[in-house]
Design a protein around this ligand. Structure first.
Ligand code: S3P
Length: 438
């Protein structure tokens, strides 16, 4: 599907964004691993999370859809899964594949997991290596680094706990090892040099796991075997999805937007801190805690932005928002430098290469570095014919760029936004219609 975007007059109104993707995946997984029922409200019915649901159904877990974003998961306990009759398919979802590898490593049966062409190029050795250290029997393509991955299963509980410091800042690696740790006799200890999103730790605690957090969240101790109890999970809106409207609100003159019910866990709010330091007018109100996760409503008004330099510890807190941050940088006064973000090259696409190439087609002045960009601004972007390369966050970031550009912007392969944000374009039209634009 191609989408056409024109310059917006202003964006006005109050919108909600769909449920948090990371939390939705984890709610299904922990719900399946738990004993008893887990009801999930505000579940993200995007393609990635639906891949997780499908995999667990193939593993014998009953999951009912009570409403559009409302699931009931009948937990089977740590050892109640059944051998899947066919290959599990994680689709485009790295979270599904990596976290499932942790769970499948603890099972007695044989299983194989694969994904789409993008996922089959992404590194799986970062989870396979430490899982093998725990005793998992795993084989994969390209010297055990690429999907499809097969997990051989074992007769008895052979997984052993490890103490492991993750060499890359990755919540998926940390989470996969913690999930494998549920099956071990003894304490699994995972440390991170830089703290990454902590939804797994928070949710494991809420489900009754024996988990201890130390060193300001950078060291996690999980005592196994740890049995979980099903519970209700209310999923807040995804700040990564909200970010497209937050940046659009900053950039389009006359805009005033409220995005309600957004998760503002501090491991995810790098985008708010960076935009604020660029001079954005962003206010959080109605702060509350929902099922152990901080939530707020976010108000954004148009303002002029100035360039900043970012790198180091903030990167994991903003990693998924860097494509849209690059769009903001094109409109900011001065030279924006984004460093230490080489991980972007291993996402759904090489996001450094792709965003630089696509924004250049609009006249952006971006220099690509191995681990980030240098962006000169402000530039008056021009409408162009662009390609998302099937990457949901690139599609939505380019749509935001199109709102500020002179003339018409065409985005090819724009439907991939549904991977994380099924109604993205409709929500955008809603904000434009109130102001009379489009
Ligand atoms: C995620 C962790 C991050 C993030 C991804 C979701 C998660 O990936 O980019 O969109 O839910 O744990 P990495 O673990 O590869 O950094």
């Amino acid at each position: 599907m191609e989408i056409k975007i024109c310059r917006a007059n202003s964006l006005k109104g109050e919108v909600e964004v769909p449920g948090d993707k990371s939390i939705s995946h984890r709610a299904v997984m922990l719900g399946a691993l738990a004993e008893g029922i887990t009801e999930i409200k505000g579940f993200l019915s995007g393609e990635d999370c639906l891949s997780t649901v499908k995999c667990f159904r193939q593993l014998g877990v009953k999951i009912e859809e009570l409403g559009k974003n409302h699931l009931k998961v009948y937990g089977v306990g740590l050892n109640g899964f059944t051998e899947p009759e066919d290959v599990l398919d994680a689709g485009n979802s790295g979270t599904t594949m990596r976290l499932l590898l942790g769970i499948l490593s603890g099972q007695k049966f044989y299983s194989v997991i694969t994904g789409d062409a993008s996922l089959r190029k992404r590194p799986m050795d970062r989870v396979i290596k430490p899982l093998k250290m725990m005793g998992a029997q795993i084989r994969a393509r390209n010297k055990d680094s690429l999907a499809p991955v097969s997990i051989l299963g074992h007769d008895a509980a052979v997984l052993k706990p490890i103490e492991y410091e993750t060499p890359v800042a990755s919540a998926q690696v940390k989470s996969a090892l913690l999930l494998a740790g549920l099956f071990c006799e003894g304490t699994t200890v995972i440390s991170e040099k830089v703290k990454t999103r902590d939804h797994t730790e928070r949710m494991l605690k809420a489900f009754g796991a024996d988990i201890e957090i130390k060193d300001e969240g950078r060291r996690i101790l999980l005592k196994g075997p740890s049995h979980l109890r099903g519970r209700e999970v209310k999923v807040p809106g995804d700040i990564s999805s909200a970010s497209f409207f937050i940046v659009a609100g900053c950039l389009v003159p006359g805009s005033e937007i409220i995005i309600s019910n957004v998760g503002v866990n501090s491991t995810r709010t790098g985008i708010l801190d960076i935009l604020s330091s660029m001079g954005a007018d962003i206010k959080l109100f109605n702060k509350r805690i929902l099922c152990g996760e901080p939530v707020a409503d976010i108000a954004v008004k148009h303002s002029s932005l100035k360039a900043v330099e970012i790198g180091g510890e903030i990167i994991p807190r903003v990693i998924d928002e860097i494509p849209v941050l690059a769009v903001a940088a094109c409109r900011a006064y001065g030279t924006t430098v984004i460093r230490d973000a080489a991980e972007l090259r291993y996402k759904e696409t090489d996001r450094i290469g792709i965003i630089a190439a696509e924004l250049r087609k609009m006249g952006a002045r971006i220099k690509e570095m191995d681990d980030g960009f240098i962006i000169e601004g402000p530039v008056s972007l021009k409408g162009a014919s662009l390609n998302s390369h099937g990457d949901h966050r690139i599609a939505m970031a380019l749509a935001v760029a199109g709102l500020t550009a002179e003339g018409e912007t065409i985005i090819k392969d724009a439907q991939c936004a549904a991977i994380s944000f099924p109604n993205f374009y409709e929500t955008l039209w809603e904000l434009m219609e109130i102001s009379g634009g489009k």
